[in-house]
Design a protein around this ligand. Structure first.
Ligand code: FES
Ligand code: FES
Length: 175
């Protein structure tokens, strides 16, 4: 087959895979329906709930609003890519220890969103509640967590546990 017909690729949880032939396939449907990575959840399918959050090169996005082909050559991490060698990611362990979930439907999105948020704090990206926009970095606070995670809804109301888990993870990562 000539090179012009070679399918482009995307890296999902460390595996380089061909993109779907149909350019209309969302990244969320590509993960769930084509690759059977059903950890990433479909809630509203219109950008309102955060259940579909994944990481693209470490930045969080809503996969229901993204076409898979947009991310040609990029590296996607879904919830299935967080544990390593059978060991939960420290943030996953913190969610367990702090009862950061009940039904668990929102949890994959919460986890990916919290990891993306931690990277934003490290980069000094301000939020609506950041007091000092001129500071080099953004100080961690529970207000920052609640504001920055406000796009990830939890119908079970596990918010206190989620904030506690994210706080413990942040404390561990940045002693
Ligand atoms: S399913 Fe993507 S934001 Fe709700
Ligand atoms: S744990 Fe049930 S929706 Fe969040």
């Amino acid at each position: 087959m000539p090179d012009t017909f070679t399918r482009s690729t995307i890296t999902i949880n460390g595996a380089e895979l061909p993109l779907p032939a149909d350019p209309r396939v969302s990244l969320l449907d590509f993960l769930r329906e084509h690759l059977h990575l059903s950890g990433t959840k479909k809630g509203c399918n219109q950008g309102a709930c955060g259940a579909c959050t994944v990481l693209v090169d470490g930045e969080r996005i809503l996969s229901c609003l993204a076409l898979a082909v947009q991310y040609q050559g990029r590296t996607i991490t879904s919830v299935e890519g967080l544990a390593q060698d059978g060991t939960l990611h420290p943030l996953q362990r913190a969610f367990v220890e702090h009862d950061g979930f009940q039904c668990g439907y929102c949890t994959p999105g919460q986890l990916c969103s919290a990891l993306g948020m931690a990277a934003e704090l490290r980069r000094g990206v301000p939020s609506y509640v950041t007091a000092d926009l001129a500071a080099d970095g953004v100080a961690f606070s529970q207000d920052e967590v609640r504001e920055r995670m406000s796009g990830n809804l939890c119908r079970c109301g596990a918010y206190n546990g989620i904030v506690a888990a994210v706080t413990e993870f942040h404390t561990q990562e940045t002693p």
